[in-house]
Design a binder for this molecule. Structure first.
Ligand SMILES: Nc1ncnc2c1ncn2[C@@H]1O[C@H](COP(=O)(O)OP(=O)(O)O)[C@@H](O)[C@H]1O
Ligand SMILES: [Mg+2]
Length: 163
C-alpha cells in the first residue's frame, strides 16, 4: 500500500489538528461516479460548486475547488471501475474524498509527474489524458492525500480552506 501526502506551506497545523480532531461537518454530499460515463462524471463537482457559491465562498476559492474536484472525478471515471465522491463542508474548509473500485495506481510518484498518463484511446479522444489532473489537484489544494496500490482501490482526497 503506497501513500502520498502533500500539505501546502502554512497549512500544516490546521490540517493536522483536523486530522486528529475530525471535527464534524455542516453538510455532506455523496455522488456516485460511474466508469467511463463522462456525462455523469463532473456532476458531483458542479453540484458542490453551486452549493458553495450559495454559501458565499469566494470565486477564487470556488475556482480552485471546482478544478480539483473535477479532475479527481474525471480520474475516477477515466481510470477506475467507478467509485464515489464524498464531500464534507465544514465551517471554513471543504474535504472531498474519492474512493473507487480499482484497479489502483502502481506508482503514485510517477502518476504525480506532469504529463504522465495511462489514459486509453477513448479517454484521449474525449479530450482527457493530458496527464495534468493530479498535478492540478495538488496545485489547487491546501492538502492532498492519495492511498493506493496496484490491483486495489484508490483513495484521493483533498482539503481546501475558504479563507
Ligand atoms: N482513480 C485512479 N485510478 C487509477 N489510476 C489513476 C487514478 N487517478 C489517476 N490515475 C493514474 O494517474 C495518471 C495521471 O493522472 P492525471 O494526472 O489525472 O492524468 P490523466 O488523467 O490525464 O491521465 C493516470 O493516467 C492514471 O494512470
Ligand atoms: Mg486526470
Amino acid at each position: 500500500m503506497a501513500e502520498y501526502w502533500y500539505i501546502a506551506e502554512g497549512f500544516e497545523e490546521r490540517v493536522n489538528s483536523y486530522l486528529v480532531d475530525n471535527g464534524s461537518s455542516e453538510v455532506d454530499l455523496m455522488f456516485t461516479v460511474p466508469e467511463k460515463d463522462f456525462n455523469t462524471a463532473g456532476k458531483g463537482s458542479s453540484e458542490v460548486k453551486n452549493l458553495l457559491k450559495r454559501l458565499g465562498v469566494s470565486s477564487e476559492v470556488l475556482r480552485r475547488i471546482a478544478v480539483a474536484s473535477y479532475e479527481a472525478e474525471i480520474n475516477v471515471a477515466a481510470h477506475s471501475k467507478g467509485g464515489v465522491m464524498h464531500s464534507a463542508v465544514h465551517d471554513d474548509f471543504i474535504h472531498i474524498r474519492f474512493e473507487d473500485e480499482g484497479p489502483g495506481i502502481g506508482n503514485i510518484e510517477q502518476a504525480m509527474i506532469p504529463g504522465f498518463s495511462t489514459a486509453d484511446e477513448l479517454v484521449r479522444e474525449l479530450g482527457f489524458g493530458a496527464g495534468l489532473g493530479l498535478p492540478n489537484i495538488k496545485k489547487n489544494s491546501d492538502a492532498m492525500h492519495i492511498v493506493s496500490e496496484h490491483g486495489s482501490s484508490t483513495l484521493v482526497e483533498f482539503i481546501i480552506y475558504f479563507s
